[in-house]
Write a protein that binds this ligand. Structure first.
Ligand code: AMP
Ligand code: MG
Length: 420
């Protein structure tokens, strides 16, 4: 499917109130294909990267049947029915030091947690439940054959897929892969993402603000969000609202990156200007999305690069990044089905006025009151009020259909911790 076709089908949805959030997400998804290039990395360096091949277990984990407790290993046939069992201690098995003697009927071996079960034993009596008398132990009725024995391969079986292609490697996975003795893993190469801010009014930090200017903050939030995703970042600075400079910047970006992100210049009044430029150099669909904040958003291709044109307002940048770009980048990075940001229910402390017909992402602070989780809004919800975003620890997600919310009602929240 080409983007011309998208433009046509998109046009069906293109009305002033426009395409809904789910549809827009689904729409973008169709045009993404994960990068293919791979590299081999030392295990530790693979943290946060995405596996390019399945990791298969080269062995059973654990390798041998072993004891789950400190105690005495014995043969289950020796358990006396309804009375005391008495066994003779004939040796000791430590973790890392196998007992390789023979265990006859009526005998047992002192065993430590993790030690290999001696031949002919299949059960362990924990030391707290055994009475020791010289070379003998005794324990009461109730022991069962096989108790407190961990089986070889109980955690992982030889040949089993331990982690699948497309898995994002987290700390537990580093340990898991290490437990198999594997020291190198194949991951997809890092996704390259270039970005720049647009606007004549923008000034760079460290400079004196002239009248009518604002500092370029979007480049810093975008940098932060991209850095957390673990992509390779190409910061291209600020580009003036000048067709020649914008065209040059877009072409340069698309030649050096897999994805190009811009902020600003897609709102009514500026969109036509960008649109013309992008139509010349690529294929871009402009949308108004039925959401607040973040209504204007562009997606398309410039050469082989994917293009996201985010709105200029600082909060809109973050909302559209988390709601659309993050998922798309994870997919391009090699995760075929990125987990959506989870939604939880919380009790809303505030009354919220909202018109049905668009999805709203308000900024909130999730906090605990006794056993319940509550959320309160962070004051002014204007799309330029970045302090409301900085103070927040969650989005309050009000779906398209919902109208006004009464204080005390349940609302859906998306935690920002772990994302930001
Ligand atoms: P635009 O989408 O270009 O019309 O911008 C919308 C609003 O966001 C305007 O008030 C801009 O000044 C502001 N804005 C645009 N880009 C940035 C930026 N990089 N940093 C801070 N504010 C911005
Ligand atoms: Mg602008």
């Amino acid at each position: 499917m080409t983007l011309d076709f998208i433009a046509a089908s998109c046009a069906d949805d293109y009305d002033p109130n426009s395409m809904n959030v789910d549809k827009a997400r689904h729409f973008i998804r169709q045009y993404l294909s994960p990068i293919q290039a791979q590299e081999s990395l030392a295990l530790r360096s693979s943290l946060g990267r995405i596996l390019a091949t399945d990791i298969l277990s080269p062995c059973n984990v654990p390798n041998h049947d072993n004891s789950a407790m400190d105690g005495y290993a014995f043969n289950g046939d020796d358990i006396a029915a309804d009375t005391t069992t008495s066994l003779k201690i004939v040796g000791t098995a430590f973790a890392g030091k196998v007992f390789d003697g023979k265990v006859e009927r009526g005998q047992c071996v002192r065993i430590m947690t993790g030690a290999v079960m001696p031949d002919a034993t299949d059960s362990v009596i924990p030391q707290e439940q055994a009475q020791v008398d010289g070379e003998k132990i005794m324990f009461g009725a109730g022991a069962r054959r096989g108790q407190h024995r961990r089986f070889a391969g109980e955690d992982l079986k030889l040949g089993q897929v331990v982690l699948p292609t497309g898995h994002l490697i987290r700390p537990a996975d580093l340990g898991l892969v290490a437990s198999l003795g594997i020291c190198e893993v194949k991951v997809y190469r890092k996704l390259r993402v270039a970005f720049f801010s647009t606007g004549d009014e923008l000034s760079s930090i460290g400079q004196q603000l002239e009248s009518g200017q604002v500092y370029d903050s979007n480049r810093y939030t975008i940098y932060g969000m991209l850095a957390r995703l673990g992509v390779e970042i190409i910061d291209m600075g600020v580009v003036r609202d000048d067709p020649v400079l914008l065209e040059q910047a877009l072409v340069n970006a698309s030649e050096s990156a897999d994805v190009v992100i811009t902020s600003g210049g897609v709102s009514v009044g500026e969109a036509d200007y960008m649109k013309e430029l992008l139509n010349k150099r690529g294929q871009v669909v402009f949308w108004k999305i039925a959401m607040k904040p973040g209504r204007p958003l562009a997606y398309g291709k410039i050469g082989n690069a994917h293009y996201f044109g985010l709105p200029g307002n600082p909060v809109s940048v973050m909302v559209t990044f988390y709601q659309f770009v993050r998922d798309a980048l994870l997919n391009l990075m090699g995760q075929p089905h990125p987990r959506p940001i989870p939604l939880f229910s919380a009790i809303c402390d505030d009354e919220i006025r909202k018109a049905p017909g668009r999805t709203e992402f308000q900024r909130g602070v999730l906090h605990q009151v006794n056993d319940d989780w509550h959320v309160k809004l962070t004051g002014n919800q204007g799309s330029g009020v970045l302090s409301s975003m900085s103070e927040a620890n969650c989005f309050v997600v009000l779906d398209e259909a919902c109208g006004n919310i009464a204080a005390g009602a349940l609302v859906q929240v998306q935690l920002l911790e772990g994302l930001i």
